[in-house]
Ligand binder design. Structure first.
Ligand code: RB5
Length: 145
């Protein structure tokens, strides 16, 4: 299951991505926000990250206006590796090398079709493990410091 969430700046792109996930036949849960009324992006990141952290969701998609605020907020959650992506190569590689469990997008930055390609590249890529795991372990050691 994919957890998806957005603030008001990402609401419209979230709705398009949900339709795309429907077309792919992928299961997701929408954690809001549910309109273009102004909300605070840390509040939108939290339920999606918690769903990933407790295993309710396998991965998460988060969207704000730029993708920046919501990715900063997401990365404050223990065990979350959130990657803000605006190109397809990075989206693929953040799974292959960083095993990113959350992808972030900017609803005011990235067009709908490119966003679909970014999401697909991340969903279809496979984590390589090996030397990359030691690096990820070092990231999470920072959380314990
Ligand atoms: C909201 O106006 C905007 O600040 C937010 O969506 C995001 O871009 C923050 O990084």
């Amino acid at each position: 299951m994919i957890a998806i969430g957005a603030d008001h700046g990402g609401f419209e792109l979230k709705e398009h991505i949900k339709k795309h996930l429907d077309e792919l036949g992928l299961e997701y849960k929408d954690y809001g926000t549910y309109s273009e009324e102004s909300v605070d992006y840390p509040d939108c990141a939290k339920p999606v990250c918690e769903a990933v952290m407790d295993g309710t969701a396998d991965k998460g998609i988060l969207i704000c206006g730029t993708g920046i605020g919501i990715s900063i907020a997401a990365n404050k959650h223990k065990g979350i590796r959130a990657a803000l992506c605006s190109d397809v190569y990075s989206a693929k590689m953040t799974k292959v090398h960083n095993n990113a469990n959350v992808i972030c997008l900017g609803g005011r930055v990235t067009g709908r079709e490119l966003a679909f390609m970014i999401v697909d590249a991340w969903l279809n890529a496979e984590y390589e493990g090996g030397r990359h795991q030691a690096r990820i372990d070092k990231i999470h050691a920072i959380e314990e410091a």
